[in-house]
Structures are given as structure tokens and as C-alpha cells.
Design a protein around this ligand. Structure first.
Ligand code: GLC
Length: 712
């Protein structure tokens, strides 16, 4: 008998012995409780009324400190489930292991800036190893919410504004977390979240209404989820938001017709925290009973935290509002995942030694690759080791915020701050730290300003309308400017900020993000050229917040108001110009890179040839014409110039990270096939149309370096 048949028979057998209440128990996730409530939780587990434990306390775990994980407690809970509950079904332990565990890596938005998805995958192998060693079976990552609005605090948790980058991220994180086999020690179940459209909250206001056309859904918001499912994600989390008036957790259209029927997802869906109960406030349920009926019938298999299912489910079945088949289907999905995770054979966490030092090295490497050099006028960077540096700003002594939001298990006291990192680079007589820039130091060669966004200002429930540096930081900047020295800004920020009125102060800007436990050292390495800046922006940095939303893969207007691409009829705003301050894909190196013309092996192909698998081969020569080695991210964009529906002015379709020694030139080539040139129409059908395509290859989305190919 094959394993699948054996597993199904086992599941059918267990199901046949379960009471309806025990079935709803499997559909219920409760959170870890405070000590005084532990006995009550154990009793519920003993009665088979709990299927999963959320290993945190509180609705916004990402911003509230969670205690250390006590694996003995979780093993004790598991023992009760396995040995005392009616059917011995093991518990599934889930936690928000978003961008690290004990070792904190850069926030996901920063990781995306590295464009190094192999390194990201390796880092998530390490993250999974650490989390699994702490009883975690299931991480609520990757967060795959495309976002175009840095006012939204959770933009830090995603990958920015591009579906191609999102797809690369989804694949890397799912494969990294889940490893080669889910039941292997050190593997953790992934959870593609939040399905769907959460990042399109109006005004960047968390939890709020989102409006997305089906065309936008298929071409921007679904690709990352499609890739996560292809990579083997077996769980999805339904999002808090309503989409076009339909609360996702009550929407059969989105959770069954789109997620399962269209994308082919066959795992289970867990609601977000209390999202079932919240259907009352969403205005689609009168009470928890109706909310339960709506959510389960829509396709939410597991109810996180609010106990709606365990409290209301049996009555809903008795009254015929939920069928037993629906309940059984949900239970089976969850049991299949528990089987796949190996919980029936290895339910307990057995600690093993972990090489945290090497994990920290990976975190530092990723932080260095994620940092983006935004400005470097007069090549003030890299700093000379003989330089005398005046370091100012309270960001230089900050530790916790370097981890960013959603870093539940980071060890702050093991995190060097930037002042300490700079002390590792310079002798005491060459480095003076003056937090408020009060001393009138005149013999410094350069002033380095450390700016840091408080981690509470990003993450969940942390939307900010004024996305800039703080008033205190601006005050320090003005003081530093008066000194008449070169000014270098090191930004330990989570979200992108509006750069007008800020960037002008600096001669050089290194955006190091909330780059994790080793970002301080990585930033110091970059400042002195001990490693080379190579990060590229996965999200647009606007001039002003009032220009938002502003994103590179926008559509062309019939008027000349495509401000992102430099057109500036007054319609772009009469009082300002809504071009990006720093565009998608932007980032500098310590050298100068020259791109040759884009060449193509043929000017045209027929639609049928492309559909048969033929491809265009496009290439470009890239030369390092500067004085230093450099790592360049060569980016390929297309513009489908004429189609049945407006297509974006640019779409990133590929990239290559190349290392160029100074003076070195290489030819970089790409192949363009059907998947690069087609799109999804309003019905979600993949469509390839004849017509001309501009193919751009360059240093960021604003490159004009292109060739035109035609599909006949
Ligand atoms: C939170 C978040 C979600 C997280 C869950 C569990 O409210 O929206 O991303 O995984 O609850 O903490």
C-alpha cells in the first residue's frame, strides 16, 4: 500500500472515531496563556478541544515582548495531547518566526533589497533550525502582502511593491523554512499570509478596506502566493481586511474559488487572530454563530484564538448551517499537515546544539547585502581608516530597534550597537561620540549621523502618516550641518521614508534598515569599504508622503502625467513633482558602472513560436569604469506597449547579481519566454498577445537602455 493511501486510511479511521466536538477541537487554535490559566488550557487539550497552540500572547505579538519559549511546557502540553486526549492527536505549535528567532536577520523588506534569494533561503534554513529547536512546528511566514504605501507599518514585513520580487521571496522563504522534508528535524511549516490584499489598505491604515480589481489581483497580489504554493506551502492565513467589500475570512470567492480552485492550494487555511469573531464588526455577521458559519463555509479551516468554532460549531451543524462534510474536510486537511510534519511519530522537541555564531555571520552577511547606498557625493564613502570621525545621534547606541518589529526571540543584549561597531573600526583618538552634537568638535574629518526608527513605529498596528525622520533627528542634523563637515547618514529604519527635506542634508546616505542583530557591524564594514554596498530598493522612496501611492509598475495615462517617469504636466501636482526621490531598483556602489546597448538575437518571434518554447536572448555589456570593485544587480524590465488592457510602464522580469573588479567588463544575457511576456487578463487567464515589447536592461527601473522586440 502506498504512503498516501496509508495516510488517508489512518485519517479516515481517526475521523470516524471523533465526536463532532473533538472535530471542532482540531479546528481550534488557542494562544499560550499566563501561568494562572495553564491548568484550564491543559484541561481543554486533555478533552481534545484544541488542535493548535499559538506560541505567543496578545493580538500584536510583533510589537509586544514575548517571554522566552519554555520547551518543557510545550512538551508537557504535547504529552497531554498524545497520551491523554481522546485520540492522541498531537498539537501543532505555531509562532511568528518572521525574520529570525534567537538570531535576528534583517526585516523581510530589507532582505528583499539584497536581491540575494539564495542567501535568504540559507538564512531561513538557519531560522527554521533555531525555531524547531524551541518547539516551533509552524511559522506564520512568509508575509506576502505587496505594498505600495510606507505609511503602512507592516510594509517592513513584506517584500515591497513588485510581484516578481515577491515571488522570489516566497520561494526562498518557503523552501528555507520547510527544507528538504517537512518531517526532518530543523524544518518548520511555512504559512503564506495574509491572503489577500492586506497590503492595499486605504491610506496605509492597517486593517482598513482594500479595493483591488481582478486584473490587479491576478497580476500584482496573487503571484507571490502562487509561488509559495508551488514551493510547497501547506498553510495560508486569511487576512483581516475586506477586499472590495468582502471580508476575506468570510469570502468563499477569495478563499475557495481563487485560493483553492484557481491557485490549486490544497493545504489548510488559518484565520488571522480573531478574524472570525471580527466578521461581526466587518458587518457581515450578527454574532459569533453567524461568523462561524460564514468563515467555515468560506474556507477558513482553523480558527485562531477567538474560540468561535469550538463554541458555536456543533450548534451550526445541528441546525444544518454547516455540513458535517465541511467539518470533516477541514479536519482532514489539518490532520494531513500534522502527518506531513511527522508529529504522530515525533511529537516532542528534543534540544540539539546550534551553531549560533555561524548564524550571526549569515545575519551580518545578509544585513550587508541588504543595505542600500542611496547617496555618495564626492565619494565621501568609503571612509579612510585614518579618518577622524564625529559620531552623533541616539541611533548610535540603540540595540532593540535594530531588530525591527516581529523579532520575538531576539537577544538584545547580544546585539552590538553602532557606536560599539565603530569602535571596532577606529582607535579611540579617531572616534568621538557626541549623541546630541553639542561639543564643537572642529578637528573631525567627517560627521556620521546614526538615525534609527523606533521598532514600535513599524510592524502591526503601526501606521504612520508622517513618514520622515524625527524632529529630534532633524534638530541634530541642523547642528551637525553647521560644523561644515561632510555628513554621512546611516539609517537604521524599517519603513521607507519621504526623503525630501532629509536627503539634502547629507553627502552620503547608507540605508541599513532594521537589519537585525549584526546590522551595526555590517554598516561599519560598509562605511569603511570592508564590504561593498550592493542593495537595491524593492520599494519606491517618495519625495513626500502626500504623493503616495507611488510605485514603479504603474500604468500610462493618456496625458503626459507619468510623473514616476519624469513627465510633468501640471496635472502631476501643481505644487510639487511626484517623481520618486529614489526609484524601485535603485542603489549605488562604490564604483561607476557603464551599460552598453541592449542587444537581441532576433527582432521578432511569432506568438506560436514563443508558445512552443522559443525565447528571445537579450544581452548587454556591463563594465566597471570606476576605481573600486563593485557588485551590480543588472535588472531587466519589459513594457508591453500595446495590449487589450493597459500594461505597466515597466515590469521587472529578471535580474543578475554580478561582481565586477575595477576595469572589468562582462556580457550579461537573459532569455525572455512566454512567462516573461504574458499577463493575466481580468478572468485570470494567462494571455500572450502579439505586439511590440520594449526590453530595458539597466541599473534601476528608470533606465532608458532598451531594445524593442516584436511578437507577430
Ligand atoms: C497577528 C498578525 C499575524 C500573526 C498573528 C499571530 O495579528 O496579523 O500576521 O501571524 O496575529 O500572531
Amino acid at each position: 500500500m502506498d504512503m498516501k493511501k496509508k495516510s488517508e486510511d489512518f485519517i479516515d479511521q481517526v475521523l470516524s472515531e471523533m465526536t463532532l466536538r473533538e472535530k471542532f477541537g482540531q479546528l481550534t487554535q488557542l494562544e499560550t496563556v499566563r501561568a494562572e490559566q495553564e491548568e484550564e488550557l491543559k484541561e481543554k487539550v486533555r478533552r481534545g478541544e484544541v488542535g493548535s497552540i499559538l506560541m505567543s500572547v496578545g493580538a500584536t505579538a510583533g510589537n509586544t515582548p514575548q517571554g522566552d519559549i519554555n520547551t518543557d511546557f510545550y512538551n508537557e502540553l504535547q504529552k497531554i495531547a498524545v497520551e491523554e486526549s481522546p485520540h492522541g492527536i498531537p498539537l501543532l505549535f505555531g509562532r511568528d518566526v518572521i525574520h529570525g528567532h534567537r538570531t535576528v536577520y534583517p526585516i523581510p523588506l530589507a532582505m528583499a533589497a539584497s536581491f540575494d534569494f539564495d542567501l535568504i533561503r540559507n538564512c531561513y534554513r538557519e531560522i527554521a533550525e533555531e525555531a524547531a529547536n524551541d518547539s516551533v512546528h509552524w511559522s506564520f511566514a512568509p508575509m506576502l502582502d505587496l505594498s505600495r504605501d510606507p505609511r503602512w507599518g507592516r510594509i517592513i514585513e513584506g517584500y515591497g511593491e513588485d510581484p516578481f520580487v515577491g515571488s522570489q521571496m516566497a520561494k526562498a522563504v518557503v523552501e528555507g523554512l520547510q527544507g528538504n522534508a517537512l518531517d526532518e528535524v530543523g524544518s518548520v511549516l511555512a504559512c503564506a499570509k495574509h491572503f489577500v490584499g492586506y497590503g492595499a489598505a486605504e491610506g496605509g491604515r492597517d486593517y482598513c478596506h482594500a479595493e483591488i480589481s481582478d486584473y490587479g489581483l491576478y497580476n500584482y497580489y496573487l503571484p507571490a502566493f502562487r509561488e509559495a504554493i508551488r514551493a510547497g506551502a501547506l498553510t495560508v492565513m486569511s487576512s483581516f481586511n475586506d477586499l472590495n467589500g468582502e471580508p476575506i475570512s468570510a469570502s468563499r470567492y477569495y478563499l475557495t474559488e481563487i485560493l483553492r480552485d484557481y491557485l490549486g492550494f490544497n493545504g489548510f487555511v488559518v484565520s488571522d487572530y480573531a478574524a472570525v469573531h471580527q466578521l461581526i464588526r466587518n458587518g457581515v455577521a450578527k454574532d459569533d454563530r453567524e461568523a462561524t458559519e460564514l468563515a467555515l463555509n468560506a474556507g477558513v479551516d482553523m480558527d485562531m484564538w477567538d474560540s468561535c468554532y469550538i463554541n458555536e460549531g456543533e450548534r451550526a451543524v445541528r441546525e444544518g448551517r454547516i455540513s458535517v462534510e465541511t467539518v470533516d474536510r477541514a479536519v482532514k486537511k489539518i490532520l494531513r499537515v500534522k502527518l506531513a510534519k511527522g508529529l504522530f511519530t515525533s511529537p516532542y522537541c528534543e534540544k540539539k546544539p546550534i551553531d549560533y555564531a555561524s548564524h550571526r555571520e549569515s545575519a551580518k552577511a545578509l544585513a550587508a547585502k541588504s543595505a542600500v547606498l542611496l547617496k555618495n557625493e564626492g565619494d565621501v564613502l568609503p571612509l579612510n581608516r585614518s579618518a577622524k570621525v564625529l559620531l552623533v545621534g541616539e541611533g548610535a547606541t540603540e540595540r532593540r530597534s535594530l531588530h525591527g518589529s516581529w523579532a520575538l526571540d531576539g537577544k538584545v543584549d547580544e546585539t552590538p550597537n553602532f557606536y560599539e561597531a565603530m569602535q571596532e573600526k577606529l582607535p579611540i583618538n579617531q572616534l568621538h561620540y557626541d549623541k546630541n552634537c553639542e561639543s564643537n568638535i572642529t578637528d573631525a574629518d567627517v560627521v556620521v549621523v546614526a538615525l534609527c526608527e523606533d521598532h514600535y513605529s513599524s510592524g502591526e498596528n503601526a501606521s504612520i502618516s508622517h513618514i520622515s525622520i524625527t524632529d529630534y533627528e532633524k534638530f541634530i542634523l541642523k547642528r551637525a550641518k553647521v560644523l561644515g563637515k561632510k555628513l554621512v547618514g546611516v539609517f537604521f529604519y524599517g519603513r521607507p521614508i519621504a526623503m525630501q527635506g532629509v536627503a539634502e542634508y547629507f553627502d552620503a546616505i547608507l540605508y541599513a534598515w532594521h537589519g537585525g542583530c549584526e546590522v551595526a557591524r555590517a554598516a561599519a564594514d560598509l562605511l569603511f569599504g570592508d564590504c561593498l554596498p550592493c542593495g537595491r530598493l524593492p520599494v519606491t522612496f517618495p519625495r513626500r508622503a502626500t504623493h503616495l501611492p507611488l510605485y514603479y509598475n504603474c500604468y500610462s495615462s493618456g496625458h503626459e502625467v507619468n510623473s514616476y517617469y519624469g513627465e510633468c504636466l501640471p496635472g502631476c501636482y501643481r505644487d510639487s513633482h511626484a517623481s520618486p526621490y529614489y526609484p524601485f531598483g535603485y542603489g549605488l556602489s562604490y564604483s561607476s558602472i557603464r551599460y552598453g546597448s541592449v542587444l537581441c538575437d532576433r527582432a521578432e518571434l511569432s506568438v506560436s513560436e514563443i508558445q512552443a518554447g522559443k525565447r528571445f536572448c537579450v544581452s548587454v555589456e556591463v563594465e566597471n569604469v570606476g576605481m573600486r570593485d563593485a557588485e551590480e544587480t543588472v535588472q531587466l524590465y519589459i513594457c508591453d506597449k500595446v495590449a487589450k488592457i493597459s500594461r505597466p510602464l515597466r515590469e521587472l522580469k529578471s535580474f543578475r547579481k554580478i561582481f565586477l573588479k575595477k576595469g572589468e567588463a562582462v556580457a550579461v544575457s537573459f532569455e525572455l519566454g512566454i512567462n516573461d511576456l504574458g499577463y493575466y487578463n481580468k478572468k485570470g487567464e494567462f494571455t500572450l498577445e502579439a505586439g511590440d515589447f520594449d526590453v530595458f536592461i539597466g541599473e534601476n527601473c528608470l533606465t532608458k537602455n532598451k531594445v524593442t522586440v516584436s511578437l507577430k
